[in-house]
Design a protein around this ligand. Structure first.
Ligand SMILES: Cc1cc2nc3c(=O)[nH]c(=O)nc-3n(C[C@H](O)[C@H](O)[C@H](O)COP(=O)(O)OP(=O)(O)OC[C@H]3O[C@@H](n4cnc5c(N)ncnc54)[C@H](O)[C@@H]3O)c2cc1C
Length: 332
């Protein structure tokens, strides 16, 4: 089976979903493919049942988001009005344990950050469990080959995975970019991050509002999912390691990673640990970004690179990059 579209979008994270919505609202025939089991990418929420049959929830990618942009504010106002999002805080405690409020709202999703991606994906033609293996030029447009062997074609292509992964898809399709374009993309880099998902036997002792933004090593962040409200039946906490610790321990066994981070966090948790799991984010957040909100090239065929490494980082940056990518494609 081979289908033909006006635009194919790789990645159903904040960037790809935002772009797909804009393009679809302008009548374009689009399709979105993601290798994940569900949509969302780094807007990630994991759940499982513990021994007592209670459901445990963890936000293990993005923890909260800020707005600072009118178009994103419109989207967030809609989520607020429908009860999908709430203001969590106006700043978090640092290592002193004292709240550091700066007046800017930090929002979180009431049912876990992934629910926002699921909301955006409603009524979009998204296929999950669809790993793209290669992309190559085809009749002035593109051919996208899935790992399953299925091909799709389109007039234009939007790549939203972390840039190294997007370049690997082009390489796999023996697709050459102009040297300058390739060099701009290769300058982009990301920090890795371990997330340790911890279930406690009792409430954590994290300061109000249930999170600590240390921005240091070995721990950068501790967030209490129970106090955030997404895990009402179990005391679950997410630890994020700093980039140095993560790089240094990238190949270490999960047991070693978890024990070191749990030890470093013990003064803040002060509750017995029931169970833990480790998630490795190879590309957690961009360190070196591209100055524009997306990168368009016509060579060898209409292609846009977008994501949180283009323009501004984080959830808001991904939203703006998705909109910008869609606008570039609509203007053609
Ligand atoms: C640990 C961590 C903490 C964070 N904390 C915050 C925070 O507190 N606040 C904040 O604003 N931001 C935070 N972020 C960043 C935020 O999550 C990202 O900026 C944003 O979600 C990026 O969205 P995106 O769509 O650009 O990329 P992604 O969400 O990564 O989407 C890319 C998608 O491409 C898919 N993909 C990749 N390769 C292929 C392939 N070959 N075939 C098919 N699909 C493919 C992936 O499965 C993925 O779904 C955090 C991120 C991490 C990891």
């Amino acid at each position: 089976m081979e289908s033909n579209y006006q635009c194919l979008i790789i990645g159903a994270g904040m960037t790809g979903l935002t772009a797909a919505r804009v393009l679809q609202s302008h009548g374009l025939n689009v399709a979105v493919f993601d290798k994940g089991r569900g949509v969302g990418g780094r807007l990630a929420t994991r759940w499982s049942d513990n021994e007592a049959g209670e459901r445990t929830y963890y936000d293990h990618g993005a923890q909260f988001f800020t707005v600072r942009d009118t178009s994103f504010q419109t989207q967030v106002d809609d989520w607020l009005a429908r009860g999908l999002v709430k203001e969590w805080a106006r700043g978090f405690a640092d290592a002193s344990g004292q709240p550091q409020h700066d007046g800017h709202p930090r929002y979180c999703a009431v049912n876990g950050m992934n629910s926002l991606a699921r909301d955006l994906a409603k009524s979009l033609p998204v296929t999950t469990n669809a790993q793209v293996a290669s992309v190559s030029p085809f009749e002035n447009g593109w051919r996208v080959t899935l790992a399953s062997g299925v091909n799709h074609t389109a007039a234009s292509l939007l790549l939203t995975p972390p840039v190294e992964q997007s370049l690997a898809l082009l390489d796999a399709g023996a697709t050459k970019l102009a040297e300058e374009t390739r060099a701009s993309l290769e300058r982009i880099s990301y920090a890795p991050c371990f997330a340790v998902l911890v279930e406690l036997e009792a409430p954590s002792r994290l300061p109000e509002p249930g999170a600590l933004q240390l921005r240091s090593e070995p721990i950068a962040w501790i967030g209490d999912n129970h106090r955030k409200g997404i895990s009402p039946d179990a005391f679950t906490v997410t630890l994020h390691a700093g980039p140095e610790f993560t790089r240094e321990h990238w190949d270490a066994p999960h047991e070693v990673i978890a024990q070191k981070l749990l030890h470093a966090a013990s003064d803040w948790l002060r509750a017995p640990v029931k169970r833990w799991q480790v998630h490795r984010w190879r590309y957690s957040q961009p360190v070196v970004t591209h100055p524009e909100a997306c990168l368009f090239t016509d060579e060898p065929a209409p292609l846009v690179f977008a994501g949180d490494a283009f323009g501004a980082p984080r959830v808001v940056g991904a939203f703006l990059s998705g909109r910008s990518a869609a606008q570039v494609l609509l203007n053609r």
